[in-house]
Structures are given as C-alpha cells and as structure tokens.
Design a protein around this ligand. Structure first.
Ligand SMILES: C[N+](C)(C)CCCC[C@H](N)C(=O)O
Ligand SMILES: O=C(O)CCC(=O)C(=O)O
Length: 531
C-alpha cells in the first residue's frame, strides 16, 4: 500500500469514527512505508497543519483499543461518539500510542480532505523530488524498439518496456480509440463515438492479422483496425511520452560562448512561401531557445510579418503587436529606461507566452540598452548537478506573481507554480518561471520560507555568473525571437529614445506549428491517443 494510501486510511478513519469506538488495524508494512515516506517531508512542510497531523499520526504506535486504563480516555463516550458520526466536523478520537496518547485537535473535514488531496499531488511530486526523477532532458531518449503486438486468449497485447512483458490492452481503450470514419470525424478529427455507450462487457468476436496490424470484430458488431505501431505505442515507456506531442528535440544548452555563433536565419528566405526556412527557424528556437532573423527591414510591419509567419500574436493587457519605448505607456518597468535583470515574462499569467520577439527599431540621443539572454535550462542543468536539494526546492515550492501596475488590473495566475516547472509524467523540465520583480506570495509556511530564499539565492547567483550571461546589442534589422519558457532576458539601463517592436506567441501555438512542419500532420495525428 502506498504511503499516501496509508495516510488516507489513518486520517480518514479518524475523521469518520465508526459508532463503536475502535481504530482500524494498520498493517505493519503500511505503517513502515508511511513513516518512511514522511520521515523526510520535504514538500509536506508546505502544509504545516497536515504535516503536524501526519507526523503525530506517524508517531502512532500499534493502534490499541482506547479503553486503555492507563490513558485518561479523552475519546468521547460511545453515545457522544455516535452523535458525532456524520457531523460536519467530528472530533477525532485519540490514538493510543506506546508513548503517549495524541489528541487530534478538531479539524475541519473540508480543510483536511483538501490537504489530503495535496498529499496525493505532493506524494507524486514528492516521489519525483525524492527519487530524483526530475531532470533537464537534453537528449531525446531513443525510442524503445517496438515489439510486434500479439493476441493472447482473445486479448490484444502490447509489449511494455516498463513491465518487461506483454500486457493486455483493454478492449474499452481499443474500442474508444477506433479511428474509423464512424468513430472519428474525417475532417475535424474529433471523436464521434459515444465512449460511454461502449458496452462495459465488450468482447472480441474475432481477430484477423495482416502485414501491418490487426482487424478486430467486436461483440457489439463494430469492426476496427489497429496498426501494430499504434498498439505498440499504447504501452511505450513514460520517458518516450510527449516527444511528438511536445515536439521535443535534442537541446543545445549554452552559455556566453553562444555569442561566437548565434543561431540565425535570413529574413528574405523566411518570407518566401516555402516552409523550409520557417521550419529551420523553429528548429533553432526549439534547440537553442532563441534565433535571430537577420536582414529584416527595420519597420514594425516587417517585424509583425516575421511573428505572423510563425503564428498569430497573443493579445494581453499590453495589447497585441507592441512597439514600445520608455514612456510608461503601460505601467511596467519595461516601459522605463532602468536596467532589467534576467527574467522570464508573464509569470503573472497562468500560461506565460511561449515566444517573445524584440526588434530594436531605433535608439537615438543616448546609449546603453544592451540585451541580456540566459539559457535557463543550462543553468537549471548545472544546478541539478551542483545542488540537488536546491534544484528540488525550486522544483516543488509554488510561487505566485502579479502584474498590478495598470490602474484597473492586478493579474495573478490561478495557482502558484514552481520556478522550475516539470512535466509530471516524464519528470522533464518544461518551463522556467523567474521574475523577482513580479513575485508575490511564496507558498510555504512563513517560518520555513528562508529555505526557499536560500535556494533562490543560489539560483540567482548562477544566473548572474558571467559564463551564463550572453550580452548582445540588438540592432535595427536583427529580430530576436526566444522561448520565454526557457530563455531569460534582460537589458542594461539606457539613455535617449529607444524603440522596440515585437510580440508574444502562445506556447501551444508555436509548438503546434513546429511539430506540423517537423513531423507532418499524419504522424502528429497518429500520436494523439498514445503520446
Ligand atoms: C509587452 N512588453 C514586452 C513591451 C512589455 C512586457 C513587460 C513584461 C513584464 N515585465 C514581465 O516580466 O512579464
Ligand atoms: O527593453 C528590453 O530590451 C527588454 C524589455 C523586457 O524585458 C520586457 O519587455 O520584458
């Protein structure tokens, strides 16, 4: 039994005491795993009352009847207890323990249930943090050589590299993912089939193998065809998940040395209608986290054109396409001439922009305004190897942010997000969210928050190492496009009139464009239900 299940059993069993006073037996194994898992409550510390109740529960000795004469029984008598059953906030009975009896303070069910849910989430994230499965993936893991699916006792089986054996592919999943034209709209690619009309006892009438797959005649009369490749992918390794979906490629992590040969594509080629230059631009951005588009006319129109070659521009409270200067037109320090340290934009949005573009159109009567780029994935990777505890703290403590300069707004994401945000399925680093100016609450008990500051200080120091800073002076004609989920940007202070044009593009929109060009529509669609 997993430790979170043990918690659920122990704490819920105390939340709803059965009319007769008693405590469920907790087998020694689950108690051991329960204690083991929560001896190092790295993230649980984020939930003090929960960790208190868990740690005191974890001190539970073998549960005993509470009629222990040595213990002043503080459990309500049976009649009072009976009255408690079903009440909204029943008293928790005391837990007899070898050393002491612990009286749980009265807890609100809703609060503890909510916290229990966090235990699950924390447990999963805790497991990733504790077993070190969070990481910066720089080289796409090789696809596991697919084994030909087989039919075993009328069940279709796929080879699972995780289980190291053939596993049954459930009929409901196969039927639900039938790709025939009566189950999937041929044009919109949406499911037409009513999943929940599939008989729960659906069985296979017959199978018919051919060179590339298996034809199935179902007990409800429907016929489906599944390629061997599709069936094999249904049981693929977790670490191979998402490669097509997220268009994951090998990453080139960089530091200051990137200045010697930064990625660039020429504007005139990009503007041609052929897709190759656009694919090349997006490949460079996916691999390096940024790319220049050189020989671009120094006009807002040409800059907008570059962005719209990729996808539509995202509208925000700053507007859409932007052409800004230091006039505080929007109440954000970007619209001033002060220095901005390395940051990612939009930490105050639940979904920060995926791409951002800057094109310095002009800078007159002044100096400064150099641009700074830092590869957040490179610094995270260095941190991962240098100080795993700090990496894990920045990967598990949620941070809030805000944009409140404009009179009529105070934008905050619907929840906190960690500075290093990982894919919970694969453990791969997905996103860096870092802006010290826009940071709001830190999701930690205030008495423990120094732990986060110490970790953040280490991260900040690494961001500012000269070997990690790529300072460049943008010039008219050189458009910079970068991945705002990976590359941090900043600028030095400046004087005079400095004009920058650019725009944001959503993460999902640029990844969609890239994978369609990189893989082609057919391959992308084939991965929808298995990736
Ligand atoms: C829109 N434009 C790029 C001109 C300004 C955006 C300001 C971004 C804000 N400082 C942040 O860190 O998200
Ligand atoms: O002015 C610049 O070069 C960058 C401004 C900036 O950091 C931003 O708009 O987020």
């Amino acid at each position: 039994m997993s430790s979170s299940k043990a918690i659920h059993q122990v704490l819920l069993a105390r939340l709803f005491p059965i009319p007769k006073i008693g405590t469920p037996k907790i087998d020694a194994e689950s108690l051991r795993s329960f204690r083991q898992a929560f001896r190092r409550p790295k993230s649980i510390a984020a939930y003090p009352s929960l960790s208190r109740s868990i740690s005191s529960a974890a001190d539970v000795g073998e549960p005993r009847s509470n009629s222990d004469p040595r213990e002043p029984s503080r459990t309500p008598t049976a009649s009072k207890q009976a009255k408690n059953v079903g009440s909204s906030t029943p008293k928790l009975g005391h837990i007899g323990a070898h050393s002491q009896s612990l009286m749980f303070e009265r807890v609100d069910i809703k609060k503890l249930t909510k916290q229990l849910r966090k235990v699950d989430v924390v447990d999963r994230r805790l497991r990733q943090v504790l077993d070190g499965s969070l990481k910066v993936m720089t080289t796409t893991p090789p696809a596991y050589p697919p084994k030909k699916p087989r039919i075993h006792e009328k069940m279709i089986q796929a080879y699972s590299p995780t289980a190291h054996e053939f596993v049954n592919v459930p009929n409901i999943w196969l039927r639900d993912n039938c790709q025939c034209s009566s189950c999937v709209h041929e044009i919109t690619k949406q499911r037409l089939l009513d999943t929940f009309q599939i008989p729960q006892d659906l069985d296979v009438d017959s199978h018919e193998r051919d060179a590339t797959g298996i034809k199935v005649k179902w007990s409800d009369g429907h016929e489906s065809y599944y390629t061997d490749d599709f069936i094999a992918k249904s049981a693929s390794l977790t670490e191979n998940k998402g490669i097509v979906r997220q268009a994951i490629t090998n990453l080139h992590l960089w530091g200051v040395e990137v200045s010697e040969n930064p990625p660039t594509v020429p504007y005139p080629q990009l503007m041609s209608q052929e897709s190759k230059p656009l694919l090349q631009l997006l490949q460079q951005i996916r691999r390096y986290g940024f790319c220049y588009i050189d020989s671009t006319p120094a006009t807002p129109e040409a800059t907008k054109f570059v962005l719209e070659r990729i996808s539509f521009i995202r509208l925000t409270h700053y507007g859409g396409f932007y052409d800004f200067t230091a006039d505080l037109a929007s109440k954000d320090t970007a619209y001033t001439n002060i220095a901005l340290e390395a940051h990612t934009d939009n930490t105050y949005f639940s979904d920060p922009a995926g791409l951002q573009a800057f094109h310095l159109l002009s800078h007159t009567d002044g100096e400064g305004g150099a641009s700074l780029l830092v590869d957040g994935f490179k610094v995270a990777n260095d941190l991962y190897h240098e100080d795993r505890d700090v990496y894990n703290i920045l990967s598990s403590v949620n941070i809030h942010a805000h944009a409140s300069g404009n009179e009529d707004i105070s934008i905050q994401p619907y929840k906190g997000f960690p500075t290093l945000n990982h894919d919970q399925q694969t453990g791969y680093l997905l996103q860096v969210r870092w802006n010290s100016s826009d940071r709001a609450a830190i999701e930690m008990p205030v008495e423990k928050v120094e732990k986060w500051y110490d970790a953040a200080r280490k991260w900040n120091d690494m961001l500012k190492k000269p070997e990690n800073e790529y300072w460049c002076q943008l010039t008219p004609g050189r458009v910079l496009v970068f991945d705002n989920w990976r590359v941090l940007h900043g600028r030095s202070a400046f004087t005079g009139k400095r004009r920058i044009a650019g725009g944001y593009i959503n993460r999902d929109d640029w990844i969609s464009k890239f994978k369609m060009l990189h893989y082609g529509r057919e391959k992308v669609l084939k991965h929808l239900t298995v990736d």
